[in-house]
Design a protein around this ligand. Structure first.
Ligand code: FIX
Ligand code: ZN
Length: 414
């Protein structure tokens, strides 16, 4: 049905975005099969590394004294500092309130123990269903690291049995510290050497292919420093061009590069200690140009990389850009990035992923982003209506299904 006026437009877009079933293409959550690796509940929400970093801005407690505390004790400190002693206005802190409100809890009570009782009463299977239902997420892609000693036994003994949880093969230790990780491959029966001779190249390719097949991984992924550069005289450059690219092409899966993280600039903050730096867009250009038969998914961590990344996506149809990653996942930046992308690429990009580390975060990360994306879509449809373009409800649903899910699956199936 044709959209008759701007009031109808607003209602149709908001309702359609509210109802859309989302494919969340990058998360750190796990299906129930992975046991304690699946984090959920109020204390996990409170000790999320985004909140830990913010907590230390107010607290003079020694880092290791904090990390020696139990999660509950850490959560108590964070609740008192970031919610009670200071108003919870930052994005990840306000996100906790969004989760509580969407779950129907009494946010006004500020009663942490009451919230704990609610989560303690939850049965995990039912709770996973509830979080997917409230957030509108239909499926998530996990981050699956064969070098993780807690995770790999699950793949070897149980596997993933929840079809809502898809796999992605994460290879940071291989690409970013081969000199340390190669001996793990030797342990696992891959005949590789530290200097990555030709036989090692073939063995690394076998390792990659074996793990993609074991996990049924949808793509291969790695996070990379701002200095990431290809071609260059380095093990990482050789591994990407001689191992990752050929195996991804052979298996027809994308290579996802998450570029711009400066690891552990403050190591005492542990997971919260990473920071950001501007990446080199020339390397993205080089890979997309040199390997036109390969598919690349790219997200960059620095705000300063976003316009050139969008322009690069205009040059290479084998490049799919995605998400407002990590330090960019703030309303002001999500709005700017999504407007740049929509004005530059139309609807041929993936606007968001949650990066959720705690199951319940799906609720707030998607609630917050859907509101912003709705606003931008209304503006853009309104602009074309001003040029007498008649848009229909069906076309709006088509576009929204595309950016929240189909663009990903169609890119995988290209
Ligand atoms: O490399 C990544 O996948 C990053 O997203 C994480 O390392 C980071 O800690 C995170 O969760 C950001 O949101
Ligand atoms: Zn991540």
């Amino acid at each position: 049905m044709a959209i008759k006026d701007k009031e109808m437009l607003k209602k149709v877009v908001e309702n359609t975005v509210e109802e859309v079933k989302i494919t969340d293409i990058h998360t750190h959550i796990y299906s129930k099969d992975f046991g304690e690796l699946l984090l959920w509940g109020i204390d996990e929400l409170l000790v999320y590394h985004y909140l830990v970093a913010e907590f230390f801005r107010y607290s003079s407690i020694e880092y290791d004294e904090f990390f020696k505390k139990t999660k509950r004790e850490q959560a108590d400190l964070i609740w008192q500092t970031l919610f009670i002693e200071h108003s919870p206005v930052s994005e990840s802190v306000r996100g906790v309130l969004t989760v509580l409100k969407k779950l129907g809890l009494d946010v006004e009570s500020r009663n942490l123990d009451e919230y704990r009782q609610y989560f303690d009463s939850m049965e995990l299977n039912d709770y996973i269903d509830k979080v997917f239902e409230i957030s509108g997420v239909k499926e998530v892609v996990m981050t699956n690291d064969p070098f993780d000693d807690k995770e790999s036994p699950v793949w070897n003994e149980i596997g993933n049995n929840d079809s809502r949880f898809k796999a992605a093969l994460r290879i940071d230790p291989l690409l970013n510290s081969y000199e340390d990780s190669y001996n793990r491959l030797v342990e696992w029966g891959y005949n590789v050497t530290k200097d990555l001779d030709q036989n090692s190249i073939e063995e690394v390719k076998r390792f990659l292919a074996d793990n993609v097949k074991k996990m049924d991984a949808l793509y291969m992924a790695v996070s990379l420093p701002p200095s990431f550069c290809i071609p260059e005289d380095s093990l990482r450059s050789r591994l990407v061009e001689n191992c990752v690219i050929p195996v991804c092409r052979e298996l027809n899966i994308p290579f996802a590069m998450m570029i711009g993280v400066n690891k552990l600039v403050n190591y005492k903050l542990q997971l919260a200690g990473d920071s950001v730096g501007k990446g080199n867009i020339r390397t993205v250009e080089y890979l997309c140009n040199t390997y036109p038969e390969n598919k690349f998914m790219v997200t960059m961590l620095s705000k300063e990389n976003q316009h050139e990344l969008a322009i690069t996506a205009r040059k290479f149809r084998n490049l799919m850009i995605f998400g407002c990653w990590w330090f960019l996942n703030n309303p002001s930046i999500i709005e700017e990035m999504t407007r740049i992308r929509m004005e530059t690429l139309g609807l041929s990009f993936i606007p968001q992923h949650s990066d959720a580390r705690v199951l319940d975060q799906l609720i707030y990360k998607w609630d917050h982003s859907k509101k912003i994306i709705s606003k931008i879509l209304i503006d853009k449809y309104s602009d074309i209506m001003d040029n007498d373009w008649t848009i229909t409800e069906e076309e709006i649903k088509r576009d929204i299904d595309n950016i929240f899910s189909n663009n990903f699956w169609e890119f995988l199936n290209k």
